[in-house]
Each structure stands twice: as structure tokens, then as C-alpha cells.
Design a protein around this ligand. Structure first.
Ligand code: ZN
Length: 327
């Protein structure tokens, strides 16, 4: 039995995909699998998906590895209560996840101890350990993808708030009369800059020009998304370009707000929408040097996330090893 290597189960529950991975003690990913999250189904449907994912994953492990994980780390889309891992109705997904207490659920599934973090917190833990945040203790993380979220660390410790809800920065208002957000308010950062919000804005403005690129894409592309708006912008469509510029300006403004609020060493910009717009890093730097308060404006840096899609899995594994029995 001594020859059998321990591993932890790392889980990333996103609005679209749920990913399971096995990581060794050094943080190396040794197996992975994913399936659609299935949040439009029932709790039992979601549990069946998790059971199948675990079987997929353990089926990939050779006899050199233990048959069961030493611990489980879960990074899940918010809002979430991190002690129990209870998920509240997420603005971006169906209700299949709402009300599930992830610590209980994954303990039932595996028999192992379970730690749960909001996905953005897990991503920041990983960025500080092995990504863009190595060497920094005062960190802010902003992610722009299907939703907009964030995390913050001071003196190397995550800022969680009372319930684990701290830094839901997608829901700070950047345009008081802006588009309606999933949370019920108007003009949240998420309603202006997330991938789906770009597509919503494009649909609303599709009638502005007679024969523009965007219009023809809307007519032909049934799965019209934020990425469609990006390609229309790259093709020179003026409406698409103004929608993307508005999102970039909102992000740059939020970065200045976060710099003023937290005085961090570094603000890390992550998520698929931000990754598709590397120019937003430059816009954010320019805004900081002009608009952030002194002396923060001279010290704060901005950098793209270093870990991409795997950040949540890697951060959840860090939490799992922290609670794994040390036998
Ligand atoms: Zn909102």
C-alpha cells in the first residue's frame, strides 16, 4: 500500500462546463475530464453527472495511484457560502445547482474531506502559487468571461467576507442607466462587459446600420455570442467596435476603482473575454497612470492571468492538499 501514490480530486463547476481533475502532491495534473454542468436539470441529474465524471477520472488512473482521493477541492461559480459550499441561484445558470451544499455532496460522493472556494478565489490562489501573482502578497483578481467576478488577497490571505461572497465585483454599477443585469440592477460591470452582454448589446443595436457585418452575422449565426461580436469588430464593424470599446472602458474604469479601493501590488486580469482582448491590459495601465490616486498609481501593476482555464482546478487542488489527512 505504501507504493500507492496519493492524489486529490479537483473540481471546477462553471456555468457551462464541470471539470474534474486528479492532481499529485506537487500540483501536477495527472488526469482530467469534463462534461456539461447540466444546471438546467434536477439535483439528482447533477449528482449523476458528478458520479460519471468521477468514474471517467478514476478510470484514467493507473495502478500506481490510490483508488480514492485523499481530499477534494471544489471551485464553484458564485454566489456561494464557502463553509458549507452551498450554492445560491447563480445569475448565469439554471437552478440545478441552487441549494446544493457542495461540502456534503462531495463527501457523500468520495468519502474524503472537502474544501470549497468560489471559483475566482481558487483561481487567485493558483495565480499566486504558480501564475502571474508569484511573489506578491497584495493581489486583486478580475475575471471577464461568461460572468464578471473577482477575488482579493491581502498579506497573502484571501479576503472572503462573512459568507465567502467578498469581491463579487461583477455587480458594481458602472453605468447607472445601463443594461439590466441578471442580479436585477441596471448597469453592472457584468451587464456591460461579460461575453453574453456583448451579444445582447449587439442584438439590441442590430438595426442601426443597413448592411453591416454584425447584421449579416446575426442573420446567419444562430449561436451568436460575445465571440461573434469580437469577430465582427475585427472585421471593422463600427457597432461591434463601439460595443467592445464600451466593455473595455468599463473594465479599465473598474480596474482604477479596484486600485483605489485595495492599493494592491498587482491586478490580474483573467477570463476568456479578457484573454480575447489583450489590448485591455494597455487600456487599464493607461487609466491607472492617469486616474488612480497617488501613491497607488505609481506602484500598482496590471498583468494578464498566467494560468488560463486551469487556474480554478489548480487552486482547488491547493485547498484540497491543505485539508488532506497527512498519513
Ligand atoms: Zn448585477
Amino acid at each position: 500500500l505504501d507504493a500507492v501514490n496519493p492524489w486529490v480530486l479537483s473540481v471546477d463547476i462553471g456555468g457551462t462546463w464541470t471539470r474534474f481533475a486528479a492532481l499529485d502532491r506537487a500540483g501536477k495534473l495527472i488526469a482530467r475530464t469534463q462534461r456539461p454542468t447540466g444546471s438546467e436539470g434536477s439535483h439528482d441529474d447533477v449528482r449523476a453527472i458528478w458520479k460519471a465524471l468521477l468514474a471517467d477520472l478514476t478510470g484514467q488512473l493507473s495502478a500506481a495511484w490510490a483508488s480514492e482521493p485523499s481530499a477534494v477541492g471544489v471551485g464553484a461559480t458564485g454566489p456561494i457560502e464557502c463553509e458549507s459550499g452551498r450554492i445560491f441561484a447563480p445569475p448565469n445558470t439554471g437552478n440545478g445547482l441552487a441549494g446544493l451544499a457542495l461540502v456534503f455532496e462531495f463527501n457523500q460522493l468520495t468519502g474524503a474531506p472537502v474544501a470549497v472556494e468560489r471559483d475566482t478565489n481558487a483561481a487567485l490562489l493558483a495565480e499566486r502559487a504558480v501564475g502571474a501573482g508569484v511573489g506578491f502578497d497584495e493581489l486583486v483578481y478580475l475575471t471577464v468571461s461568461t460572468g464578471v467576478g473577482g477575488a482579493a488577497m491581502s498579506r497573502g490571505e484571501l479576503l472572503r467576507g462573512r459568507n465567502g461572497g467578498a469581491m463579487e465585483v461583477g455587480h458594481i454599477v458602472v453605468e447607472r442607466d445601463g443594461p439590466l443585469c441578471g442580479c436585477g440592477r441596471n448597469g453592472c460591470l457584468e451587464a456591460v462587459a461579460s461575453g453574453p452582454s456583448l451579444a445582447v448589446a449587439a442584438r439590441q443595436r442590430s438595426g442601426e446600420l443597413e448592411a453591416n457585418v454584425l447584421r449579416s452575422m446575426l442573420d446567419t449565426d444562430e449561436r451568436f455570442t460575445g465571440a461573434s461580436v469580437d469577430s465582427a469588430a475585427r472585421a471593422g464593424d463600427p457597432v461591434a467596435r463601439s460595443i467592445v470599446a464600451r466593455a473595455g472602458a468599463a473594465i479599465a474604469s473598474a480596474v482604477v476603482d479596484l486600485a483605489n479601493a485595495f492599493d494592491p501590488d498587482l491586478i490580474i486580469l483573467g477570463g476568456s473575454v479578457a484573454a480575447a482582448h489583450p489590448e485591455w491590459i494597455g487600456h487599464a495601465r493607461a487609466a491607472l497612470s492617469l486616474l488612480a490616486l497617488e501613491p497607488t498609481r505609481y506602484s500598482v501593476r496590471v498583468a494578464p492571468a498566467g494560468l488560463g482555464d486551469d487556474g480554478v482546478l489548480m487552486g482547488a487542488a491547493i485547498r484540497a492538499w491543505q485539508i488532506a489527512p497527512s498519513t
